[in-house]
Write a protein that binds this ligand. Structure first.
Ligand code: UFG
Length: 330
């Protein structure tokens, strides 16, 4: 297939581009490089510098079989302080893109959605039909786009798929997380092991969980990317399919830190800190629907593998294309 990937210079977008190219697809990346990196775009992909509102120009030039939409703002805390930029970029940008997809007759649309649409879940593991009550503008903006796709797919006949990611981590073939302002647990913990930070803060130790710290479902970025490949074939004209993507296993913040200690051999000091606003205690996915509808099964569900791959990437000084190997799990 000939595919357009928005946000293909970012973390999940670049790994998915690599996986799509390996599967034999032709890929063009559209990215404004506001948070992505030009050198993260895998060799073999075309590149157009621009934001999603320029997709119409790209789609007018060549016929595409599908669009995968990753370009978005994605920091929960930032979205609370500056909601306008989230509605503009995530909702306004997606609306412009969907209109371009519609007017150029693209038949498949795969969207990067998030577990943040559920807010504080009433039950875990979370199924796709659970109540969606986002607790921050980031989650609300992603939910708005899910709803938009639903109506567009039905009315205009393309196949839409929203993939709701849980906590993505790890790296793939020299492509990993490179955020300027890092807020995610695993890269922060690894920065301590690298000596770039003194300690990691544990946000809350009085949560209603076994060890008092928050529990999350960590999914390997390679497994996530493969789900996008499968979503392209599962996309059915006139239908909007929503799938959660996680492993169905929760790990606490303390378990993440302990695993990182084993992987890196570094003591990684952890300081108890107050709860972070907007954090739910437990987020764990039911991915039964992804198994059934996409035929998806994670290949790297083990937290040690996820953290080892992230560690190899961080240790490689972000060397693009570096041949990283996964050693035996410690
Ligand atoms: N945490 C700490 N210390 C830190 C950073 C994080 O204790 O320095 C804790 C958080 O409180 C949370 C857990 O580690 O309990 C994971 O936090 P992350 O910031 O890594 O990830 P989030 O769970 O907040 O959010 C991520 C994505 C969202 C997505 C969500 C879905 O960033 O987009 O997963 O599970 F919606």
């Amino acid at each position: 297939m000939r595919l357009l990937v928005t946000g293909g210079a970012g973390y999940v977008g670049s790994v998915t581009t690599a996986v799509l190219l390996e599967a034999g697809h032709e890929v063009t990346v559209l990215d404004d490089l506001s948070t992505g990196h030009r050198d993260a775009v895998p060799a073999g992909a075309g590149f157009v510098a621009g934001d999603v509102t320029e997709a119409g120009r790209v789609l007018a030039e060549t016929a595409y079989d599908g669009v995968l939409h990753f370009a978005a703002k994605s920091l929960v805390g930032e979205s609370v302080g500056d909601p306008a930029s989230y509605w503009r970029a995530n909702v306004g940008g997606s609306l412009a893109l969907l209109d371009a997809v519609r007017s150029h007759g693209v038949s498949r649309f795969v969207f990067s959605s998030t577990a943040a649409v559920y807010g504080d879940p009433q039950a875990v593991p979370i199924v796709e039909d659970a109540v969606t009550r986002p607790t921050n503008p980031y989650g609300a903006s992603k939910l708005a786009v899910d709803l938009m796709i639903e109506t567009y797919a039905r009315a205009y006949g393309f196949g839409g798929v929203s993939l709701r990611y849980f906590n993505v981590a790890g790296a793939y073939r020299g492509l990993g997380e490179r955020h300027e302002r890092e807020t995610h647990l695993i890269p922060l913990v690894l920065e301590v092991a690298q000596g770039h930070r003194e300690a990691v803060s544990v946000f809350g130790t009085d949560w209603p969980t076994d060890d008092g710290t928050c529990v999350r479902d960590y999914i390997h970025v390679e497994d996530l990317a493969r789900a996008h490949l499968l979503a392209l074939t599962a996309a059915t004209p006139g239908e909007h399919l929503v799938c959660n993507l996680g492993n169905g296993i929760g790990f606490s913040v303390r378990e993440v830190v302990d695993t990182a200690r084993r992987v890196t051999g570094h003591p990684i000091p952890a300081l108890e800190a107050p709860r972070r606003a907007g954090d739910p205690a437990v987020l764990v996915a039911s991915s039964d629907r992804a198994h059934e509808r996409l035929g998806w099964k994670p290949q790297h569900p083990d937290l040690t593998t996820v953290i080892t791959d992230a560690w190899l990437f961080h240790g490689s000084s972000h060397a693009r294309g570096a041949a990283t190997q996964r050693p035996e799990a410690p």
